[in-house]
Design a binder for this molecule. Structure first.
Ligand code: SER
Length: 875
């Protein structure tokens, strides 16, 4: 079976058992506690906790996953990957061990037709229930059911969250020649884990204890790459049809043969794996960066670039592999095809960036390694690693890996100290940006409470009941004036920060109390956390409050949000379909919109964009919002945004046929309410990402008034009308140029009259006529003209002239042609004497110039000339 057939057969098999086929979730989970989607179950976390979508209780997926904990092994073993696909079937309080085990067995033995004699299983040590099912229902021989401990047979997604004992199905690939017979507990290489069945029945608490979940669940995961390797009879995942076309493309590009040289093979595998994760991460909205997800992507891509260098390539080429991956994967993951152009440009630009510094960085690292070895040390200092990171873009893991190849370590602690110091510097520059992260502890505290009902699309004032009060991540029963507290209500009118739109501000109050709300965040489970400051009175659990959003701010935010959609559509219309939103921030005072585009947007393009948006505003189109299924929304052509995870029911915001986006934000009712949109700046944020800042409504008016005031001031100074300003300024510029020319002419006139005096002052150095002079008030052009006049008059000689002005000294040197063979060189001469005025300079053999910052030494510099000249011709 091809891997694509395996994937389809798996889905079909479980669909027949009434499982809902769910699409793969984004690699970027909508969960601040998790970096990437690491398993099929990540998208079902809420269902496992009994609080998620209840419209289905069985699901089947082929899920894209990224794990980077073993990145240094990737390429050097047959089975390590950063990107892989996990086939999984899930039950949420529906079937349990019996069905999970027997279906897994049926799929492997009847659909995949694996040899029953080669299958073994492990179970958690005290799980007699699983043991009985394997023995009695499946009929597996007792010796092939192995009991193992917590380390291998108790699955947890992280430090906290849904977990449970598991039973793994292993495939015996047979003994290695010369290796003694052993069981799965002793020989991991021989017994290949292909499927993990997790009986998810606990919720691990922050203190490590296991709380039973309200229901028993099933979470299974089978690596597609491994199953494909077993079924296709190859010993490495890289030899399956998932990888071979890619590896062959790499071999062709690098003109190396796969399978000939172990080192080259490893590099090809590294590239194949890493380009797969990069393509999928970028398609899910991650961009290379220096923090979090962006940094992981950068490190993966840069590791691949280094291996392309090891294969002898000095040019960018990874981006040419993107179409190969699209060809292999688009049938199941259409996003790689939809975002293909964007992925290509991001990969290419990151490659180009790193190619730039890779050579210099490698040279430095090699010197360092040689130095460390010479001094008999075994560790590369954190400072060095930091310099490589900061100046040459070497991710720490890359430095570590290269060091390891030379049997050296790195001083990670001191690297981290350097990093922290730099972060602190960066942070203090950004103080007040107010990013709040919901801690895992907070998520756990709230997971027992019903999610908050958001009534704020239509109401700005509602009644809410206090369900929880949290202080310092602990639940408390009541709070009083002066306390800072996080309030969770059953109903709220406050919009919680999401989708780039900042939270509403406002108040909670009743006859007893008043609290100011400065920020609102939402947990993945849908609890709105109101960050409140108690101004007056006290507040206790179960009390009712009036929830009131500041309406002025909300209106300003709504204007900016709707305009963000209009801007997005206009950018695609004017610049092209490759425009993807790369980030946005919608605030009351302005909006920021980041998008993928590889050059600056021209003034004419910006003008057109602004006009299109303002036309839509003038048309006063109604902004429609409707809830519908994700499939319906997509079929209507709604734009789904990067990195955003959508539920089954989505909200589509539509401005006639012009703009359709999936969005949970708050919007104006009619575009006319926006008043006016004005682009304030267009700039670059990162390679391939541009940013537009724009204002609307009153702020647009204010911006226009500001510009008007500037023009008014200019008019007053010039004593002219607005219309005449451009012509007036042009005329002034022409006049200034004329005056400058006139001034030069006067100087030259002055110079020509004194040419004879200067000629008389000429001294002879080793038979060469040498003229040095200070010409006060001269500029460069005038000095040049004087030097030319002197050259003509003297016929043969060396001329050095200088002038001092505004704390600077300028020197020029001219040499007549006949002296050029006599080792006289104007550039070398001026370089020496420029030192006297604390400056530098250079130029051609016949003409050179220099500048210096010590005008007081000008005379001394001129006086030094004869000696320098003498040394030049004699030396
Ligand atoms: N969550 C389990 C795993 O990742 C089974 O899917 O192994």
């Amino acid at each position: 079976m091809t891997s694509s057939e395996i994937r389809n057969q798996f889905i079909e098999f479980f669909k027949k058992q009434n499982h809902a086929h769910r699409p793969s979730a984004s690699l970027v989970p909508d969960d601040p506690t998790v970096l990437f989607t690491v398993a099929g179950m990540v998208q079902f976390k809420a269902q496992f906790l009994g609080i998620g979508n209840k419209s289905f209780t069985r699901a089947v997926t082929a899920q894209k996953c990224v794990r980077t904990n073993d990145i240094e092994n990737v390429g050097f073993t047959p089975r390590h990957h950063t990107f892989f696909e996990m086939l999984g079937n899930f039950s949420f309080g529906d079937y349990f061990k019996q069905e999970a085990i027997t279906w897994a067995w049926e799929f492997l033995t009847t659909v995949c037709k694996l040899d029953k004699e080669k299958l073994w299983v492990t179970i958690y040590k005290d799980d007699s229930e699983a043991y009985e099912i394997w023995k009695n229902d499946v009929g597996l021989a007792e010796k092939r059911i192995v009991r193992m401990g917590e380390e291998t047979n108790f699955w947890t997604m992280g430090a906290t969250g849904p977990c449970g004992p598991c039973s793994e199905i292993l495939y015996d690939i047979g003994p290695k020649p010369g290796k003694p017979e052993a069981g799965p507990d002793e020989d991991e290489d021989r017994y290949l884990e292909i499927w993990n069945l997790v009986f998810t029945q606990f919720d691990r608490q922050a203190d490590g204890s296991l709380a039973p979940l309200p229901q028993k669940n099933i979470d299974t995961g089978m690596g597609l790459e491994r199953l494909a390797a077993v079924m296709q009879g190859v010993s490495s995942n890289f030899d399956t049809d998932l990888f071979q076309p890619l590896i062959q493309a790499i071999a062709k590009e690098t003109m190396k043969r796969y399978g000939k040289d172990e080192k080259n093979d490893s590099s090809m595998k590294v590239i194949a794996d890493h380009i797969r994760s990069s393509v999928f991460l970028i398609a899910d909205g991650v961009l290379p960066g220096n923090e979090g997800r962006g940094y992981v992507l950068r490190r993966i891509l840069r590791r691949a670039v280094r291996h392309s260098k090891l294969l002898g390539l000095n040019d960018v080429f990874l981006y040419r592999l993107v179409p190969v991956i699209v060809g292999l994967m688009a049938a199941h993951y259409p996003e790689v095809k939809e975002r293909r152009e964007h992925v290509v440009s991001v990969v290419k630009s990151e490659e180009e960036r790193f190619q730039h510094t890779l050579d210099s960085g490698l040279a430095i690292l090699n010197d360092t390694i040689a130095e460390v070895k010479k001094t008999g040390k075994t560790i590369i200092s954190g400072k060095q690693c930091f310099q490589l990171y900061d100046t040459y873009g070497f991710p720490l893991d890359l430095t570590r890996e290269i060091a390891q190849e030379h049997k050296l370590g790195i001083d990670e602690n001191s690297f981290n100290r350097e990093m922290t110091a730099q972060r602190d510097r960066a942070r203090s520059a950004w103080a007040g940006s107010g990013d709040r992260v919901i801690s895992p502890a907070m998520s756990i505290l709230t997971s027992k409470i019903v999610p908050t009902h958001f009534a704020g699309y239509t109401n700005l004032i509602v009644k809410g009941k206090v369900l929880a009060l949290l202080q310092k991540e602990q639940a408390v029963k009541n709070v009083k004036a002066g306390d800072e507290v996080v309030v969770i209500l059953d109903t709220t009118a406050f919009y919680a920060e999401s989708g780039g739109q900042l939270a509403d501000k406002g108040e909670l109050s009743n006859h007893e109390m008043l609290a100011e709300i400065s920020d609102v965040q939402k947990t993945p489970e849908g609890h709105f956390l109101h960050f409140a400051m108690m101004k007056r009175g006290s507040l206790a659990i179960n009390e009712s409050v009036q929830v009131a959003v500041k309406s002025g701010e909300r209106t300003a935010i709504a204007r900016n949000h709707t305009v963000t959609h209009l801007l997005h559509a206009a950018l695609r219309q004017v610049l092209g379909k490759h425009i993807e939103q790369a980030g946005s921030e919608v605030r009351s005072q302005d909006l920021r919109f980041d998008f993928s585009h590889f050059q600056a947007v021209t003034v004419t393009e910006l003008d057109r964009i602004e006009d299109i948006v303002n036309t839509k505003i003038l048309e006063n189109v109604q902004v429609d919002t409707q809830e519908l299924s994700i499939e319906e929304a997509k079929s209507k052509g709604a734009m789904a945004l990067f990195g955003e995870k959508y539920g089954d029911r989505v909200r589509m915001v539509q401005v006639d046929a012009y703009s359709k986006e999936l969005c949970g934000g708050t919007h104006v009712r009619d575009t006319g309410e926006i008043g006016l949109m004005k682009i304030v700046t267009e700039s670059s944020v990162a390679a391939g990402v541009r940013r537009i800042v724009a204002v609307t409504g009153e702020n647009a008016l204010r911006e226009i008034k500001r510009q008007q005031n500037v023009v008014r001031d200019v008019c007053q100074t010039l004593h002219t009308s607005e219309e005449e300003v451009p012509a007036r300024v042009e005329k002034l510029m022409v006049r200034v140029k004329e005056l400058e020319k006139e001034k030069e002419k006067n100087m030259i006139k002055h110079a020509s009259t004194s040419v004879d005096d200067l000629i008389h002052q000429a001294t002879k150095i080793k038979g060469i006529a040498c003229i040095t002079a200070e010409l006060p008030g001269f500029n460069m052009n005038a000095m040049r003209a004087a030097a030319d006049a002197l050259k003509q008059k003297i016929g043969s000689g060396v001329i050095v002239l200088g002038t001092a002005e505004d704390g600077k000294a300028t020197l020029i040197a001219a040499v007549t042609k006949d002296l050029l063979d006599k080792k006289v060189h104007a550039g070398n001469l001026i370089r020496e004497i420029a030192k006297v005025i604390e400056g530098s300079g250079g130029g051609r053999p016949d003409f050179a110039q220099a500048g210096g910052k010590n005008p007081e030494k000008l005379k001394a510099a001129l006086a030094a000339t004869p000696a320098v000249l003498e040394k030049m011709v004699t030396g």
